[in-house]
Design a binder for this molecule. Structure first.
Ligand SMILES: Nc1ncnc2c1ncn2[C@@H]1O[C@H](COP(=O)(O)OP(=O)(O)O)[C@@H](O)[C@H]1O
Ligand SMILES: [Mg+2]
Length: 428
């Protein structure tokens, strides 16, 4: 092939970046696994966003560009979950822009961030938007570098809060189904909300995430805990096994060649890195009480205790809830899932009697279903893949909604006033 042929290659980018742009891009770190949707009114703004999406720094992010501005976004989010970041172009004048954003906020999830690309250079507008929780207001025209930089400043900046929320799942006893529920809820979050989830299996000796997701990765979480000095986003990427479109796994080796006596901080580095790399981190914590397992629970953003309705589970749950409340005085108490309810002929404690001494109501009660759970476990499939219409799958989906602050499935649109944009609404 000659050089002149290359010049006509339709796959080459339309415009080459200037040296200045290249230098600016070089300074930026990769963007984490976030979902981004842009709603543009002009090609002049849509094009640099499209080109940003093709840059290697954006390879892990999921970007979709729609034409049509805020009105299109409002229509779109009446029936679709909002992504981690919404980019909105608007040519509207300041007052109209603010009222359109207020309308959009009704359909926005509290955790979604919003960047506005406007055509008015107006300091008052800028201040008002930032005060209302809009992450950034950028004035058109914009370049590809502007877009990647602004995303980077929100999601990569070392001073920025880690983007990922962590949810630790732990059982009140062994074998109660904590891991199974953790994996299924993680899968539900990734598929329902099209948002990236990382599952970390902290049961290095006996973990079952690899079996449940039908994965056999060569490397996994053991590499990270045994060489914490090597961990960064790039190293983490190599340890992750892709399980589904928006789901990846830090698998346990599930072998006994080594013993796993970790010090209390052993998982800190890997958990912190994972939280900077994806919006949701599900920690499958084994049923043990050690320095590191206690530490991992204390530091998690949310804790879910799974218990079965019998006395030893109640005693253990009570002890765990009391201890965790004491250690996390400024956080809500752990959430409770009652599992394996209604085993034929087994005497059991009712949900109400179980909840009463704990002072917390279970967020879900999952029936015992040997056929459904047994088939899923033996086939390395999720419950939703085995039998999407099964009522137990609806319960799992409900848990996914509750844990991501989306409230109940049915009332979501009414209750879902975006935390950020919601402030705009309240001012009107
Ligand atoms: N609701 C349920 N009905 C029937 N079997 C279940 C249920 N929940 C979990 N199981 C099964 O119980 C076993 C133990 O589950 P697992 O998730 O490994 O428990 P844990 O992590 O608490 O030790 C698995 O075989 C799983 O398929
Ligand atoms: Mg387990």
């Amino acid at each position: 092939m000659t050089m002149s042929n290359l010049a006509y290659d339709p796959d080459l980018p339309a415009a080459e970046s200037s040296q200045q742009d290249v230098a600016a891009m070089q300074a930026l770190r990769p963007i984490p696994r976030i979902s981004i949707q842009a709603f543009c009114e002009t090609e002049g703004v849509a094009n640099p966003i499209e080109r940003a999406g093709e840059d290697r720094r954006m390879a892990k992010a999921h970007l979709k560009v729609h034409m049509g501005g805020i009105a299109t976004a409002i229509e779109f989010y009446q029936s679709a979950p909002t992504p981690n970041l919404i980019v909105l172009e608007s040519r509207a004048e300041p007052q109209a822009l603010i009222s359109q954003l207020g309308e959009l906020s009704e359909y926005c999830d509290p955790s979604s961030k919003v960047v506005v690309i406007g055509h008015y250079n107006d300091v008052g507008l800028y201040r008002e938007l930032i005060r209302s929780g809009i992450s950034e207001y950028v004035i058109a025209p914009i370049s590809m570098v502007d877009i990647v930089s602004v995303i980077s400043s929100i999601f990569v900046d070392p001073d920025a809060e880690p983007i990922g929320r962590s949810i630790a799942f732990v059982g009140a006893k062994g074998g109660v189904g904590s891991s199974t529920i953790a994996h299924n809820v993680a899968w539900a979050m990734s598929s329902l909300f099209k948002s990236e989830v990382v599952v970390a299996d902290l049961d290095l000796a006996f973990g079952t995430a690899n079996i449940n997701f039908d994965q056999d990765p060569a490397q996994g979480i053991a590499e990270a805990v045994f060489s914490p000095e090597r961990i960064d986003e790039v190293y983490l990427d190599r340890l992750l096994a892709q399980c589904a479109e928006n789901l990846s796994l830090l698998a346990a080796p599930s072998t006994l060649d080594r013993v796993y006596d970790f010090d209390p901080e052993a998982f800190t580095q890997i958990i912190d890195t994972a939280q900077r790399s994806a919006p949701m981190l599900v920690l499958d914590v084994p049923h043990i009480w050690s320095g590191w397992s206690k530490n991992t629970l204390i530091k998690a953003d949310e804790i879910v205790i799974t218990a079965t309705p019998e006395l030893a589970n109640l005693r253990n749950t009570k002890n765990m809830v009391d201890m965790l409340k004491r250690l996390r005085p400024n956080d809500p108490p752990p959430k409770l899932v009652l599992n394996q309810a209604g085993v034929p002929k087994r005497p059991e404690i009712t949900a109400q009697d179980f909840a009463e001494p704990l002072g917390i109501t279970p967020i879900a009660v999952i029936p015992f279903d040997a056929l459904l759970f047994g088939n899923a476990a033996n086939n390395g499939r999720m419950l939703g893949e085995m039998d999407a219409k099964n009522p137990t799958v609806a319960i799992i989906n409900e848990i996914a909604h509750v844990l991501t602050g989306r409230g109940e499935v049915k009332s979501r649109k009414k209750a879902g006033l975006g935390g950020m944009l919601g402030k705009l609404m309240r001012k009107k």
